[in-house]
Design a protein around this ligand. Structure first.
Ligand code: ZN
Length: 502
């Protein structure tokens, strides 16, 4: 028997329509864009593509690498960026024919200047090339906005099951295994999607321990052991887009049993609705968080500035927290970070050991606040390169661009030129900022700090700051997402849960 020929592609970004920035190819290239055989260099990383390649090798399938592109979250993709990536993927797909199957590693909440559902658009285009019957599996982030079009066009959808996302590799493995079983005609996947209108921040979305997603995820794993069920995915939709039909729920893939898929997807969505209130979190004014933190013995105490999360599409340029901490006259050693390319250049121009006075903040998305005037000494300069220890970029390199450590009183401020995804403390560590010595650390991620600082943090408080990735969606104005939805509408009488089956 000749080896199965499997096309492998990936265009992965989580977009943010509330951010004032746009995503271009340069932002993708700051993570990676690998065309053709260059994709194979992802083998050995933590990415989905690495898991897919491993399964292909194990099962004697021949990988046909198309394109793998990943970017930190950001504003919507420019049309030029999307067209370039999409056309490259499709051209390589045509050139790779004939194929036995295709697997695409996508996020599911990407948005472009003209496309509300680019993953569905790519599946449409792939189907035009491959026809309706060739198996196509798509892997997705747990924060995907899954659309009926994606369900109809993909043979199966398989998502991350962990948040923080430390299971990207195994998601690639699961997706590839399901694809190869389908190609070998061992199974006939049928997919059902059911959602309820919940749009909540990710702060309570952890999939281990307690919390609503943890309970739902355990339920999904139990369900996967049932006969006839091939895969169960729980989705807590990325809340920072404004699109019709957004919501949380489940995708259930069965072996040729549409009724079972529909029934279990519906039950999962209903379980989401029953647990909706547990997604809401407490957030505090900065002064109160600092006050509480001072009463905690030792450190670090984390001030979770989730409204400026680069991992959720914010530009990372907010100085709301810095500004409030300066006003409070903080004397404890504190680590903060901000993206401000002009400030980084000013620090580099002055040189290490020199004192600079400059305006910092809101240089990329000025809608959310005013820059703040600071004076400090330049402690360190860097070209900004670092390698991720884990997570969905695990094992790959990224760059903060020209960066500086500016000492402003007791505050060490990491000034970067480009936003990067926060997994652990890689960015701080790369420039010698020691999280163990800090009393307070400003972290700009709603979740991954739980992983990064689990052995270290004494307390963590979510602070109420402005930005395009806030802890509470009440701080945003939705226009295209139709009411009613939780939490803006706490009760929805006679809630109907539509189910879409492939
Ligand atoms: Zn995610």
């Amino acid at each position: 028997m000749t080896a199965m020929r499997i096309g492998i592609g990936s265009i992965f970004q989580e977009s943010n329509q509330f951010a004032g920035t746009q995503t271009d190819l340069a932002l993708f290239r700051n993570s990676y864009v690998h065309e053709g055989d260059a994709l194979l260099q992802l083998a050995g990383t933590d990415c989905e593509v690495a898991g897919i390649l491993a399964v292909c090798e194990e099962e004697g399938a021949q990988p046909l690498p198309l394109l793998a592109a990943r970017s930190v979250s950001g504003g919507v993709l420019t049309d030029a960026c999307y067209t370039e990536l999409k056309e490259t993927l499709l051209a390589r797909l045509r050139a790779a024919l004939p194929l036995d199957g295709v697997i695409l590693a996508m996020h599911g909440s990407m948005v472009t200047a003209s496309q509300a559902d680019p993953e569905g658009d790519i599946l449409d285009a792939v189907r035009q090339i491959l026809g309706p019957d060739l198996p196509v599996v798509m892997t997705l982030d747990l924060h995907a906005h899954v659309t009926p079009r994606m369900v109809k066009q993909a043979t199966a959808l398989v998502s991350f099951t962990h948040y923080p996302h430390d299971d990207t590799y195994s998601t690639g493995e699961r997706g590839a295994s399901l694809l190869l079983r389908t190609v070998r005609r061992e199974v006939r996947p049928v997919t059902a999607l059911a959602k309820v209108p919940i749009i909540c921040g990710a702060c309570n979305g952890q999939t281990s321990g307690d919390g609503p997603m943890a309970h739902l995820t355990r339920r999904a794993r139990r369900l996967e052991k049932e006969p006839g069920i091939l895969s169960v995915s729980c989705f807590q939709v990325h809340p920072y887009n404004d699109l019709p039909g957004m919501g949380c729920g489940g995708v259930v893939v069965t072996d040729n049993d549409p009724a079972l898929a529909a029934q279990e997807a519906h039950a999962l969505a209903a379980a989401f609705w029953a647990r909706r209130r547990a997604f809401e979190v407490e957030h505090l004014p900065v002064a109160e968080a600092v006050d509480r933190g001072r009463r905690v013995e030792g450190g670090p105490v984390l001030l979770v500035d989730t409204a400026d999360c680069a991992g959720g599409g914010a530009p990372g340029d907010s100085v709301a927290l810095l500004s409030e901490l300066l006003a409070l006259g903080l004397e404890e050693p504190t680590l903060l970070m901000v993206v401000d390319p002009a400030a980084a250049r000013a620090c580099a121009h002055a040189g290490i050991g020199q004192t600079v006075s400059l305006q910092v903040g809101y240089s990329l998305d000025p809608a959310w606040g005013e820059p703040v005037a600071v004076s400090g000494s330049v402690r360190r300069l860097s070209d900004g390169g670092f390698r991720y220890d884990g997570g969905l970029f695990g094992g790959t390199w990224a760059s903060m661009g020209l960066s500086a450590v500016l000492q402003i009183g007791s505050i060490q401020l990491l000034v970067m030129s480009q936003p990067t995804y926060d997994w652990g403390d890689e960015q701080f560590r790369s420039v010698g900022m020691d999280v163990r010595q800090a009393k307070f650390i400003g972290v700009k991620n709603p979740m991954n700090y739980r992983h990064a600082y689990s052995d270290l943090m004494k307390a963590a408080y979510i602070v109420d700051t402005p930005g395009p990735t806030p802890a509470h969606v009440r701080n945003l104005s939705f226009e295209r997402m139709q009411r009613p939805f939780f939490p803006l509408d706490e009760e929805i009488p006679d809630l109907e849960i539509p189910v879409v089956v492939s």
